[in-house]
Design a protein around this ligand. Sequence first.
Ligand code: NAD
Ligand code: ZN
Length: 358
Amino acid sequence: MKFRNFKMVDYVVYGSGCFDQLGEILAPRRVGDAPMIFFVDEYFQDKQAFLSRIPLQGKDKIVVIDVTDEPKTKTVDKIRDELQAEFGTVSGIIGIGGGSVMDMAKAVSLMMTNPGSSADYQGWDLVKFAGVYKVGIPTISGTGAEVSRTCVLTGPTRKLGMNSDFTPFDQIVLDPSLTSTVEANQRFYTAMDCFIHCVESLQGTYLNAFSKSYGEKAQELCEEIFLRKTTWDADADEKLMMASYAGGMSIAYSQVGVAHAVSYGLAYLLGTKHGIGNCIVFDKLEEFYPEGVVKFKEMVKKHNIEIPQGITRGLTDEQFDTMINVSLGMAPLWENALGKDWKEIMTRERLRKLYERL
Ligand code: NAD
Ligand code: ZN
């Protein structure tokens, strides 16, 4: 048995309003006059009160990140090329936003020092050099991207992260007050990414006491917030931020499962976003995760959330095959979910039937 020795985030600051400490956190990380580059989710581009709190100095720059689509390798490469052309080198990249912006920040940080295209590094442990200093600041909770060792990118041939020990942030700033403006449906979809991480980790064959302790806590927090609380408040934002962190820590030492494996196929073919895609799939997974799906449906009902139906209707055989290929390519996810004999359990025919129900 070989145990994984995993790299974690170096520094964590937590608390409502802690964003205002960013200037002093960055100060010792500034290298000469090389700027800090702030990647900001497009939601904030016209929020002057928030933008004025970003501790800009000298040549520092704000780059607004378009989150219409999930991060693409070609966008990562383009932003890297532009930053290198304008500044040569930078002191650091700070990603302020959801999983999309945090992943973009991780990827561009790595590509500032690794040659070629980010598409060359989609996979496991392909990144050769540490990137520039990078900070993650979530403004919506659930993905666990703030703690993970990957940044998920859609490339020319696949959707796959740059998984490496160089990928985790050097610093994260967990300020739950930044999440208070997220719209209710979006908040639910991204939060359910966390809930699903917990179910898939806790029901998986890779489970161990490390993952279990984080996964149980995160799942309990999700249930408290979405099943027992009657109104959304600052306390809910705080708990959801910690659920996201703990859910991420849980899968760091285990793996996700069926919902993620199937939703990757949807994302690749149809561009379905991670949070909502996981919800669309998880809604139909009662045979794999009976208790989790019952709780999920209760939460959907209580919060009046619409889960899209019929999204694969009318697809061609070829399109179903593409999704099936992408999905079955995620071997560790299937092995975690179904065990070593997963290929006999999840046949192409069975997966096709599952896709047809979505
Ligand atoms: P997102 O980053 O795409 O953001 C969703 C929406 O919320 C956007 O419209 C954004 O503008 C808005 N938003 C963000 N903060 C807001 C705020 N404070 N107020 C109002 N609106 C706000 O969504 P997400 O679910 O956080 O992230 C999904 C992405 O994360 C996908 O690209 C997925 O691949 C990636 N992901 C990465 C990991 C990882 O470990 N690296 C894990 C899971 C998912
Ligand atoms: Zn996820």
